[in-house]
Ligand binder design. Structure first.
Ligand code: BGC
Length: 733
């Protein structure tokens, strides 16, 4: 036996060595190929590689050039966005193959949550706290998108945000840098797999670098101003984590950072990303953001914008044409060294090589594969799996949920229950006609549906209340679909008021008065405020926008085929004036909790409606026996253990959360920070011990010089079902 093990070990070592050798050989071959190619390229052709054009539709101001086939066939365009489909991408690639050096195009698109098969919006997926499912979602998106000729997605968006007014929170993983980092990595892994050259993987693009999630006043595209210490501890970690997971590309942000637009920000791109972090991929601008440096009043004209972009380390320009019109002249007059351009070109060519495009530029353009994969059942199943896990149970008085199988009739209220389009949410590539709505899914369950529109989405007014109440009165239970329409959250969808309209809230109040059991479904793309509903409705589920399988997933949760397990990845405020509201605030010199002379409002509570990490289950979980145990494992200071018991009536899943407070430090630190979690499945009556190892990752922080430090001293470890209901123990390092 021993012999066999050592033989296997030798084989493994041999294979590893051979693999490593092969890799370097491959790399050498690639470098030789690229250097050889670059020697043949004219400056104009090199600059072409740095230019990206938009195809069929615009995802930004529509005043930029769109693709021209002649330019592609002259080798003057390196990449296209917003063109997909095996046939269409093949045609364009054929044009690229007409060019002198036959350098293939890269096709990119915002594949943000699924592709033709829609998956829940990213914020909803983050609510699952299920990294495996999130990775799987990105994998599915990659499989379907790559079958449509795409090589590259502009995702994941890893911007942390504490401001629900900013409509793009929809696209991220919420407010927490620790969790956001893990989600970022899961998504990168899902999109890229472990081989970029496989024809079912696509390159990830980490965006928006940097700190795009903190625009002043929650207004999209607004300025960002934050200290380096704040950036390093709260906003930076997910970018770095995504890079560690092997992300192939980055996108610069629209906003300024430390008084310089990110797109022309040498500190961010050249010093931090490519320097300190050693990023070897390429950086693309956001839509027109090279040219927008002029509107920032950071560049006098397009020439200066090009100069600032290329100097800062911005490799590819999306849709604006500052590079195309100015880089050659900047080289000619000696303002920049051609080596700057070479570096950018090389980075892009390396990715084309890694994608396998030089070997076969058409490897992603297979019409048969596209037909077979698009909308296929495994993708839909995965979408439903993800959607069920994204739903968060916010309230469940008198155990209204799950609905009994004996329920014969449901009063289904609200136009969102019938809207395919709104379930897709923003940044959707999904085919709305294939969305199964809640209405349809209920029909498929065979229950009698007494439908009423209830309120008008446009005017937000109650419509035909007598009819609605009649439908309610003839039904066993009432399900009300409320919330936002798809256009209300997403890019450029900032809101000064995130309250659910009064009409919708009053309707719930009227319906609750009938005494019928009422379940409210909150369909939204961000944290919203709904204090009346929160108070009056006995049961509330946050169902976000779940895309293609929204209806079946919601029904499965309503009837208890799936016991909800989601937790909020962002704090839900009670009042708009509380924003930015987040759980990891600092103590301040006058901590909250006093009557006077402390940090608080005089007209509002400072408590959230629902805290970060909050979410109920149909069953109950009890936490006990929180303890610290010594560890002999290298790098592990101790283990924190807790026993979790399912004491309720159903099997279920719980996200056990581990928070840390550094009691005293050389810089001010938050009252608590998530530093671990585990999602566990417990059968009814089952107990499980959950263990959180404590390493530098749990205890450290970035000091003001951006060094990651761990300072000895006292720490409070907290464990619980959300960021507020925690038990704690003290630890001294
Ligand atoms: C967005 C990016 C997106 C790009 C291309 C921009 O408006 O900010 O996130 O990737 O458009 O569609």
């Amino acid at each position: 036996m021993k012999r066999l093990i050592s033989f296997l070990f030798c084989v493994a070592v041999f294979m590893l060595c051979a693999g490593a050798e092969r890799e370097t050989k491959n790399q050498k071959e690639m470098n030789r190929f690229i250097e050889n190619l670059m020697k043949q390229m004219t400056l104009e052709e090199k600059i072409g590689q740095l230019s990206q054009c938009s195809g069929e539709f615009a995802t930004g101001p529509d005043n930029h050039r769109i693709s021209r086939t002649e330019e592609i066939s002259q080798g003057l365009i390196g990449s296209m966005l917003n063109v997909s489909g095996a046939e269409k991408t093949r045609q364009m690639q054929e044009a690229a193959m007409q060019s002198r050096l036959k350098i293939p195009l890269i096709f990119g698109q915002d594949v943000i949550h699924g592709f033709r098969t829609g998956f829940p919006i990213p914020l909803a997926e983050a609510a699952s706290f299920d990294l495996k499912a999130i990775e799987q979602s990105a994998r599915c998106a990659a499989i379907e998108a790559s079958a449509a000729g795409l090589h590259w997605t502009f995702a994941p968006m890893v911007d942390i945000s504490w401001d629900a007014r900013w409509g793009r929170v929809l696209e991220g993983a919420g407010e927490d840098p620790y969790y956001g980092s893990l989600v970022a990595q899961a998504r990168v892994r899902g999109f890229q797999g472990n081989d970029l050259s496989a024809n079912n993987t696509i390159m990830a693009c980490v965006k928006h670098f940097a700190a795009y999630g903190a625009p002043a006043a929650g207004k999209d595209y607004n300025s960002v101003d934050m200290s380096m210490g704040h950036f390093a501890n709260f906003y930076m970690p997910p970018y770095q984590a995504a890079l560690e997971a092997g992300a192939a590309t980055f996108m610069s942000a629209f906003n300024d950072f430390n008084n310089q637009p990110s797109t022309g920000n040498s500190f961010l791109l050249r010093h931090l990303l490519k320097g300190e972090w050693g990023f070897k991929g390429f950086v693309v601008s956001d839509w027109g953001s090279v040219q927008e440096m002029i509107s920032h009043r950071y560049a006098r004209d397009e020439r200066e914008a090009a100069l600032k972009g290329i100097t800062a380390g911005l490799d590819m320009e999306m849709v604006s044409e500052c590079y195309r019109h100015n880089l050659a002249q900047l080289v000619a007059d000696g303002t920049i060294d051609e080596e700057l351009i070479d570096d950018a070109v090389r980075r892009i060519l390396v990715k084309k090589y890694e994608l396998g495009l030089f070997e076969d530029p058409f490897r992603y353009c297979d019409v048969e594969r596209e037909k077979k994969i698009t909308h296929s059942q495994p993708l839909r199943d995965a979408s439903r799996h993800m959607a069920e896990r994204s739903i968060v149970l916010l309230k469940n008085e008198q155990n209204i949920l799950p609905l009994s199988p004996n329920i014969k009739s449901v009063a289904l209220i609200g136009p969102l229950s019938k809207s395919q389009k709104d379930m897709c949410g923003a940044w959707s590539c999904a085919d709305p006609s294939r969305v199964i709505t809640l209405y349809e899914a209920m029909q498929q369950r065979g229950v009698t549906i007494n439908y009423s529109e209830g309120y008008d989405l446009e005017s937000d007014k109650i419509v035909d209340l007598p009819h609605t109440l009649a439908q309610v009165n003839r039904s066993d239970v009432v399900v009300i679909a409320m919330g936002e329409e798809a256009w209300e959250s997403g890019e450029m969808r900032s809101k000064a008021d995130i309250n659910i309209p009064a009409g919708q809230q009053q309707l719930v109040e009227e319906i609750v008065k009938t005494g019928k059991p009422v379940v409210v479904l909150m369909m939204c793309g961000r944290p919203v405020i709904f204090n009346t509903i929160r108070e009056k409705a006995p049961a509330i589920l946050c169902t976000w926008w779940l895309s293609s399988e929204a209806g079946p997933a919601i029904c499965n949760v309503l009837w208890g085929d799936y016991n909800p397990s989601g937790k909020l990845p962002m704090t839900f405020p009670q009042h708009i004036g509380q924003i930015p509201l987040y759980y990891q605030y600092k103590s301040t010199g006058r901590p909250a909790g006093q009557d006077v002379w402390c940090t608080k409002y005089i007209d509002q509570s400072d408590q959230p409606a629902y805290p970060f990490g909050y979410g109920l289950s149909y069953t109950r979980f009890d936490y006990s026996n929180l303890r610290i145990e010594k560890s002999s494992e290298e790098g592990v200071y101790a283990n924190v253990l807790v026993d979790v018991t399912n004491t309720g009536r159903y099997d279920g899943e719980e996200v056990v959360q581990f928070y840390v407070r550094d009691e005293y430090a050389s810089i001010t630190r938050p009252v608590k920070e998530l530093r671990g979690f585990e999602k566990i499945a417990l059968k009814r009556g089952e107990t499980r011990t959950v263990k959180f190892p404590v390493t530098d990752k749990q205890l450290g922080f970035y000091d003001n010089q951006m060094n990651y430090v761990v300072e000895p001293g006292d720490f409070t470890f907290m464990v619980g079902p959300n960021s507020q209901e925690v038990q704690s123990v003290l630890f001294t390092l």
